[in-house]
Write a protein that binds this ligand. Sequence first.
Ligand SMILES: C[S@@+](CC[C@H](N)C(=O)[O-])C[C@H]1O[C@@H](n2cnc3c(N)ncnc32)[C@H](O)[C@@H]1O
Length: 262
Amino acid sequence: MKLPEAHRAQQESWDRIADGWSEWVHHNDARKWVLDPAHLAMLGDISGKRVLDAGCGEGRFARMMADRGSLVTAIDLSSKMIEIASGIESAEPRGIDYREMDMADLSPLSDDSFDLAIAYVSLVDVPEYERAIAEIARVMRNGGRFTFSIVHPCFAPPGSTWEPRLAGRIPVRNKDKLFKKIDNYFPASEVRFRMWPTAPAETVNFHRPLCDYAHACRDAGLLIRDIVEPTPSEEVARERDYLREHFRAPFFIIFDCLKAGA
Ligand SMILES: C[S@@+](CC[C@H](N)C(=O)[O-])C[C@H]1O[C@@H](n2cnc3c(N)ncnc32)[C@H](O)[C@@H]1O
């Protein structure tokens, strides 16, 4: 697989954290209680649909879609992620076709092969995101859907933090969060961080204003038909107070796009 230099660097860093990520991601309450239900509700009935999961990681959402009856092809840039996902597939077969691939170059996949494509918080990791969106659009059939989630650029731009009600305290409970400090919406920028404090490599992702994604969709012939800013259910928030911050400043946004056709 010939990769642009920036994608090669991404591949290396995701390979290095793949083992730890595969543990960490299952303890991520925001995914489990906020983003998963919103993505699944947006998808609706997907049984029998040919689905592409672009940037599938260790495959947790690919498995959820396969469990709902869809025929999933799941790709990731990281060979280590694909190895872990394929190991789970061998142990518990669901018929998921995992492949190591760059979403900005889907040349092994034919035009019009999918009814639905999803990129679950993965486009934020792709330097050449415009090419990736165009490639995903190419492999979808006319009238097919592309749903993708990103970190919400309006409410989680670089450096945004919750101001504590009591100075010096880390605000975990909702009532300890005074307000969210937000700045630097423009310009698009690279963000470097450790996914967890002892992660063996830095993760690099990209903050981009909403218009950048909207323009890339337009240029790829995708119509944005809806957006969702997911929040936890009241019941979930009652038991997990720290998730109430999503009601005050949504951390994710999901786009629901249609391939418009000629
Ligand atoms: C934040 S993780 C999300 C994984 C998965 N969708 C999930 O939510 O569990 C981002 C994933 O995108 C993958 N990725 C980054 N750049 C990519 C690219 N150009 N093509 C395909 N996958 C890519 C990474 O290897 C990583 O597994």
